[in-house]
Ligand binder design. Sequence first.
Ligand SMILES: Nc1ncnc2c1ncn2[C@@H]1O[C@H](COP(=O)(O)OP(=O)(O)O)[C@@H](O)[C@H]1O
Ligand SMILES: [Mg+2]
Length: 270
Amino acid sequence: MDPSQASSSVANAAPAAPLALRGESLVKRFGAVTALDGVSFTLGKGEILGILGDNGAGKSTLVKILTGFHQPTGGTLHIDGHETLLRSVDHARSLGIECVYQDLALANSLSIYHNMFLNREIVRRGPFRLLDHKQMRERAAQCLDDIGVHVSSVDLPVERLSGGQRQAIAVARAVHSNAKILLLDEPLAAMGAREAGLIIDLLMRLKEKGGLSIIMIMHNYAQTLDIADRIMLMQRGRVTYEQKSALTSVSELMDIVRREYREMRAASAR
Ligand SMILES: Nc1ncnc2c1ncn2[C@@H]1O[C@H](COP(=O)(O)OP(=O)(O)O)[C@@H](O)[C@H]1O
Ligand SMILES: [Mg+2]
């Protein structure tokens, strides 16, 4: 066993495949608040990592560091084996890191195909730089078809779609732009079981196609264990547990969280 890997659960859980991403002792402070207090993690190529944890645990902050939105106060990030300082969201995107945000950032009044090419529209050759709607329509339809997302027409405005379909379009857009690492911050929040099923199926198809590594912040333990190859539990800015999904269970995870909660209550009662 690699002696540099501290706790046994973490050592068991480390992916054997080459790493897409590695964070080492990441710290993020906002003034007096320490959102991340030394977070180390790995993401294997082709792996789906699920991040669980209470509100305020630092999950979104971690994802925002991986998107280049926040810069860490301390620690390092290694992308494809190279230590990398992500300067901005554009910089991260140029390296193939795409994020699907909770609030989606789709333009609701615009069509599906237009959303899929937002800020990277295809223009026709010639002096006038006219948008090539025909080509964008065809390519959008092809891309959605490739990943098994079914819509009646790519001309539909996004506002006519359900929450699950909108989320699927946002994922399709990220994948279409050649994402190698896809980050999802609570993609199933506020979704019914059927809608969530749509997105889960989509993520499983993307995984099967290969070439994509995924980190998803999740709420529901059972769903997470279903989808993710590995889970990571965050509590108060730290990773407190990490394990392959197949080697843990909802009840084990709940026990860990319950124990922590009791310790905190006991500490505050003292
Ligand atoms: N931009 C910010 N400015 C100040 N504090 C922040 C900011 N973003 C997050 N925090 C704080 O950092 C901690 C972790 O937040 P967050 O990463 O959003 O947690 P989670 O996504 O796990 O709910 C919280 O205490 C939160 O209030
Ligand atoms: Mg959050």
